[in-house]
Design a protein around this ligand. Sequence first.
Ligand SMILES: Nc1nc2c(ncn2[C@@H]2O[C@H](COP(=O)(O)OP(=O)(O)OP(=O)(O)O)[C@@H](O)[C@H]2O)c(=O)[nH]1
Ligand SMILES: [Mg+2]
Ligand SMILES: [Zn+2]
Length: 334
Amino acid sequence: MNQTRPPRIFASEERLKEALSYQPYELALVIEQQKDLYRVITNEIVKTAKVSGKMMYQATSPKAFPSVGDWVMVENAESMAIIHAVLNRKSILERKAAGMTSDAQLIATNIDVIFICMSLNENFNLRRLERYLAVCWNSGAVPVIVLTKADLTRKLDEMVESVYEVAFGVDVLFTSEYVEPYFSQIEGYLKKGSAYAFIGSSGVGKSTLVNHLLENHQQRTEVVGDHDKGRHTTTSRGLYVTFGGSMIIDTPGMRELQLDEVDLETTFEDVESLGKQCKFNDCTHTSEPGCAVKEAISDGTLSQDRLENYRKLQREFEYQQRRALQKERKASKR
Ligand SMILES: Nc1nc2c(ncn2[C@@H]2O[C@H](COP(=O)(O)OP(=O)(O)OP(=O)(O)O)[C@@H](O)[C@H]2O)c(=O)[nH]1
Ligand SMILES: [Mg+2]
Ligand SMILES: [Zn+2]
């Protein structure tokens, strides 16, 4: 039989230690999920898996179930592997409806770096970028902004500059499918044993980047979606292990990210910390005396645009919360 050897996976010392307490189960990595079936790999096997009856029974929330990127403890049973435990998560990227109802959807776990992809054409939208950034900070992973399709703009410098303005302390890269060296910047990030995810709107070029990074590496290729348009729309999350030992997660374009638990403080650290210096602690930064935010705007250290964005995200966040509350009230009346 022609058995292809799976790429080696590299678990951290910490995980190997954690795994010891679950012996005799084996440590495995979840690379794919289709409803309640998973695909897991160890250094010896690639196998379909499902969670154990006990785990299913004890689960109190969707988060108790494995997700792409999870390290799990499996029993290598005859036909299918059985997942008995999910190891501690380093980071959790989730899409979540606001409010108390827990219809959280895990997108991926244990990601070290999230590449937020946005293309330099009509898709370019700084407000959306800010929302993505907030979601990233909230996940526990480090965001890196990747501006794709650099060949489609004549205003590259201007656009990159405007991104720097909303993304304090975040690396900003730009790439183009047609300008080869630009990809090597991303390659420079890949470390053995670390996990990377690509997120961003549909069609911005996430899979194109992932395929470049996996070139000459083992990869499951899939051709799905709208063939007529010549597009290969990614329909499910998938994790690929490079021979260098990095884990790369490609995701389907996410139309909208829900804004619950978004960390305004992290994304708008400058505005928030200025706000703390205002004379009144409920200052709305509009006409109050002793407003540090207004002062920063008049002396040019803070831009009016940025304050507007901050307000916009804040409003949006409040709106999401109200809407979720209404939904909950409706549900409880029934
Ligand atoms: N002009 C130009 N086109 C690109 C570039 N990168 C990707 N594309 C094209 O954009 C289209 C979409 O690319 P994908 O990589 O499938 O996009 P995606 O982000 O994975 O999309 P979803 O899977 O739907 O989320 C393809 O036709 C690519 O050839 C680029 O740098 N420049
Ligand atoms: Mg794709
Ligand atoms: Zn103020």
